[in-house]
Design a binder for this molecule. Structure first.
Ligand code: PRP
Ligand code: URA
Length: 209
């Protein structure tokens, strides 16, 4: 079963409170979402393997550690996932970026992929799927399936806010995908919004309604 890693760092908790506040405007929302994503990238990369290399300091030769050739792909779920990309790129600047976009068919309610472009060597990369909200889990479950269909084998999922319903659904659908979440909220409401949540992440990031 997939692990769920909830961030308990005070800086992350503090910044999530800023995102929740309805008086936080678009500019600050974007900046703070990026800051949280940067802090989360630190946790998401905690298990990256290291190898020793020989280097020379100004004083002497020594062996020191570097990340062992890990290839990373960051994949935002469009569109709100875009708000977490810069934060991850701050710490993993050599990562390649894929994109996956989907909408729910109003009649069948099934997720329909409208865009999916992965790095060419997706099967060799550790893929970090990002989306601020994991609510019912429908979007993340479908997006991860589309990414797996393109050949990805190692996937992690990172979000800012989730709830027990979304986490359970994602764990059941993709037991191989660990979930990194800044805060797990109480529940979903009747409109599938997270309570207390932060509202519609895409609208708050992009200033739409
Ligand atoms: C939001 C959010 C997730 C999805 C979560 O996107 O960014 O992708 O809802 O809900 P779920 O877990 O119930 O699927 P939305 O569908 O509003 O699209 P947007 O990013 O284009 O605004
Ligand atoms: N999507 C959002 O943007 N917010 C929620 O609370 C649920 C789904």
């Amino acid at each position: 079963m997939a692990k769920v890693i909830e961030m308990n760092h005070p800086l992350i908790q503090h910044k999530v409170t800023i995102l929740r506040d309805k008086n936080t405007g678009t500019k600050e929302f974007r900046e703070v979402a990026t800051e949280i994503a940067t802090l989360m990238a630190y946790e998401v990369t905690r298990d990256f393997p290291l190898e020793e290399v020989e280097i020379e300091t100004p004083i002497c030769k020594t062996k020191s550690k570097v990340i062992a050739g890990k290839k990373v792909g960051i994949v935002p779920i469009l569109r709100a996932g875009l708000g977490m990309v810069d934060g991850f790129m701050n710490l993993i600047p050599s990562a390649k970026i894929g994109h996956v976009g989907l909408y729910r068919d109003p009649e069948t309610l099934q997720p329909v992929e409208y865009y999916c472009k992965m790095p060419t060597d997706v099967e060799q990369r550790e893929i970090i799927v990002v989306d601020p909200m994991l609510a019912t889990g429908g979007s993340a479950i479908a997006a991860i399936q589309f990414i797996k269909d393109r050949g990805a084998k190692q996937i992690k999922f990172a979000c800012l806010i989730s709830c027990p319903e979304g986490i359970k659904a994602l764990q059941e659908a993709h037991p191989d995908v660990d979930i990194y979440v800044a805060v797990i909220d109480e529940k979903l409401n009747d409109h599938a919004y997270i309570i207390p949540g932060l509202g519609d992440a895409g609208d708050r990031l992009f200033g739409t309604k």
